[in-house]
Design a protein around this ligand. Structure first.
Ligand code: ATR
Length: 276
């Protein structure tokens, strides 16, 4: 019997850490599985997903730029996926339809609170960005008890749309990028823009960090260095990238598929260690 088939879809995807993470999780339980990367250009995404699941695929992770398309093609959608309008997990159901789920928000919370020890209750948070990534974490930050979540986006319309979807204007207001230096000192700044992935530097005023906020970037590696270097130089209390979030979101997907949640600490540590 061949091992159960899993994959991550993206474009590009060859440097994805997901196969390594899922194989390491599987080893913890002695589970046999195959987990590979599938590179699909946007126009080929739906067909590539169909091929994978028609050939017996059990579950797939989905990353940039396909998270909205993954949500759109699914036959069933979890509440977190519906709020975000995106999915990072697809699972084949017994009737062969696909279920879409989004584990990004839970993964970020677990990384931020459990790994990095950040207490979000009563805090003032600033969310940079209002695209798919921002929508994937906004409700989770509110559910975790932040007192306010100010949403700031380059194009103010998208920030207003997200704030309207949340529907708590006093607690989660929208602001324009040009208002950044008028915002009261936040305790936490979450970078959910795609600027780093696109290789562009964010234009942020140093005054934002007068209260030494904790800074968190949803991306990791090179994509996170611009924002985190700015944060460290400007005196942030902590500056964290999203590598831990990646491992936690993978663990949630693994738990969905295999019914057991792996120990993420050793896997995170092995990824964090520089290659010998
Ligand atoms: P993702 O799925 O990564 O969130 P997305 O839905 O395309 O991708 O959203 C990208 C987000 O990054 C948007 O909030 C975008 O701002 P706009 O709505 O104004 O486009 C933001 N973004 C991208 N490049 C940026 C930059 N150079 N400065 C500020 N925000 C940027």
């Amino acid at each position: 019997m061949t091992a159960a088939q899993f994959a991550v879809f993206g474009h590009p995807i060859s440097h994805s850490l997901s196969p390594r993470i899922h194989h390491a999780f599987a080893q913890q339980f002695g589970i046999e599985l195959e987990y590979r990367t599938i590179d699909a250009a946007p126009a080929q995404f739906d067909a590539a997903v169909r091929r994978f699941f028609d050939a017996g695929g059990v579950g797939a992770n989905v990353t940039l730029p396909h998270k909205a398309a993954a949500f759109a093609l699914a036959g069933e959608r979890s509440i977190t996926a519906r709020r975000a309008g995106t999915a990072n997990v697809l699972t084949r159901l017994a009737d062969d339809r696909l279920a879409a789920h989004n584990t990004d928000g839970d993964g970020m919370l677990r990384d931020l609170t459990e790994r990095h020890g950040v207490d979000l209750r009563g805090r003032h948070a600033l969310l940079l960005g209002a695209g798919g990534a921002a929508r994937g974490v906004a409700w989770h930050l509110l559910d975790a008890g932040v007192q306010t979540l100010t949403i700031v986006n380059r194009s103010p319309e998208a920030a207003a749309t997200l704030a309207a979807a949340i529907g708590e204007p006093a607690r989660a207001p929208a602001r324009g990028w040009d208002e950044l230096d008028t915002i009261d000192s936040p305790d936490l700044i979450v970078n959910a823009t795609s600027a780093g992935v696109l290789g562009v530097a964010l234009q942020l005023p140093l005054t934002l960090l007068r209260s030494r906020a904790v800074c968190y970037d949803l991306s990791y590696g090179k994509a996170a260095t611009g924002f985190l270097s700015w944060a460290s130089a400007a005196g942030a209390r902590g500056a964290f990238d999203g590598l831990g979030m990646l491992v936690e979101t993978a663990a949630d997907a693994f738990a969905l598929w295999h019914g057991r949640r792996p120990d993420t600490a050793p896997v995170y540590q092995s990824l964090r260690r520089p290659a010998a």
